[in-house]
Structure formats: C-alpha cells, structure tokens
Design a protein around this ligand. Sequence first.
Ligand SMILES: [Zn+2]
Length: 340
Amino acid sequence: MEFKSVQKETVVLNPAQEMALRRIPSEIRSDPLTGRTARICHFMALNWNKPDFIALVAGTEKNCPFCPERIMSVTPAFPPEILPEGRMRLGDMLLFPNIAPYDALGAVATLGSRHYLPMTEIGAERITRGFVLAKAFFQRIAEIGHPEGVYFIVNWNYMPPAGSSLIHPHLQVFATASAPNLMRQELEAAEAYSAKHGTCYWDDLIRAEMDAKVRFLGRTGRTAWMSAFAPMGVVGDVLAVTEGVHTTLDLTDADLSDIALGLTRVMAAYDRMGIYSFNMNFFTAAAGQDHSRFHLLFSPRTFFNQTLATPDIGALRNLFNETLCMAYPEEINAMIKAEF
Ligand SMILES: [Zn+2]
C-alpha cells in the first residue's frame, strides 16, 4: 500500500509584507488504488457561514413534487412487469421512477414527507429506512432478472450546492449494467491488485489506515470509516468500507443501520464547519466480483465564493477531473474524529 505524494512550493513576493518572500506549499497525491491524482492546495480556514435557510427554502414547498399533497398525482409509476404496485412505500417514504432518468432503470426515493430537513436533523433511523426501501427495490429488480440488475447504486445529492434541484430530501436509486467511470476504474484496479498481491485492496487499505491512525475515524459494525488520502471534495471525502461485503445486495439491515449511523456522525462534524450540502455515492461490485468490497464516499459540497454562488467545481475538475482539497485530509480528519 503506497500513499504517494509530491510536495511542491510556490514562491511569491508578498504585498502585505513589503514584498517579502512568501512560500506557499502544495501537494499532489495519488490514490493508492487507481493512481488518480488529487491536489492539496488553495488552503483556507474550513469555516463557512450558513445561509438564511428560512429565506432559502421559503416558497419552494409550493410546487414541490415530493410533498405529500402532490406526490401521488405528479410522480410516475413503474410498469407492472417491473413493479405491479407501481411505486414502493415504506412509512412516509415513496420510491417511484426518476422522470429524468440517466439509465434504463432509475428511481427516486423520498426521505419522508418533510419538505426541508436540516442536515443534522435527518437522523440515522430515517437514512436507514431510505436505504432499506432502496434495497427492497433492488431485490425486486434482481428477482425478475432485469438485464440492468448488475450494479445497484444509491446516490445522494443533498441540497442545491451538491446538485439537487429540489429542497425536499431524496435519494437517487438506480440499477445499471453500465458501471460509472470511477466505479469501473476502481473495480478493474482492485482486480489487478488482487491478482498481483493475492489480497483484497480494500481489506489492506483498512489495515494500513488503522495502523497509520492519521486518517482512520472508527467503526460502526462491519463498516470502517476513514478520511480519503486523495480526496475529490474540496473539504475532503469520508470513505466507508463494509468488510466482507461485495455488493449492495449483500448489505444486511444491520449494515444499513450502521452505515446510516456513521453518516450522521460525519454530517454532524461537517455541520460544525458550516457545511450544509453533500454528495454520497455507493460503490458496489457486481455479483461474483469478490476482489472488491462495498464502500461509499461522502463528499461535502460548498462554494468557492458563497456570495456569488460560485460552485466548488471549476475547469480543473470539470474538464481534467483533477481535484483539489483546501486542507490536508489529516487535519480535516482531526475535526471529524471527535464524532467517532
Ligand atoms: Zn417538498
């Protein structure tokens, strides 16, 4: 397990100190699995002002398709060969086809009837139920032998800075035979790693991070939590790996509950920095790809300029897929670790 990094230094003349030399460090890290590079640079204090949520949310409930008074009349239903009941319900949560699908078989699951849920009020129990509902849908897709029933993925864009067009909290739930780029690259790299070393990359990573301590966070059941060495998010990424599990369908209800609990701890920590938006993706193998382990990434989202609503993704990330993180992941880890 190699945690490779290249240290760099920029030298400028500092106008705030009579043009004295100022040295600015930066670092380029390589992901130990894929070799994908991430820049640690653009350093700033991890402290944002949250917006006025009452003003932000005000009025958005009037046309919200996911609010209980509208949801049954505006959301589509699955055809009977996929789901005879059309939509799936679990308590106040509803799963239905995504009207803006990006694959043949996409669903959306609301996280309940409340239109706006502050990040720290989402709660582990609600997240668990959302995941249980998603898994019930995946099991149905597997049972009917649907050709897209290969990779079972849950994505979460929470709040507009993370790409959500709606305030009402919901999960993207989809099954696909076409693995998304990074997931496919990871699966291929993990297979090559297993062939070369005779061990599982993800098991080795957990061991290496537990030994190194500086990025390890803790465990919830079979799931190990850590800060990513080469994060994609500008405020770092949190990685959770579930030991002994290859695919989303292998996750037990206890695993889903443990994962939800860990997520609420991560949310609580980022909330203290003023973060109120995040992406979360499941990374799953297909059945039989035993060289991989189920894992997820939690990536906080913010702005480069909050006043102008400048997104935290610019040309570097959008067109080069080169990422930058505005603090050392080990320093961010220290700010999250208290929750574990
Ligand atoms: Zn709503």
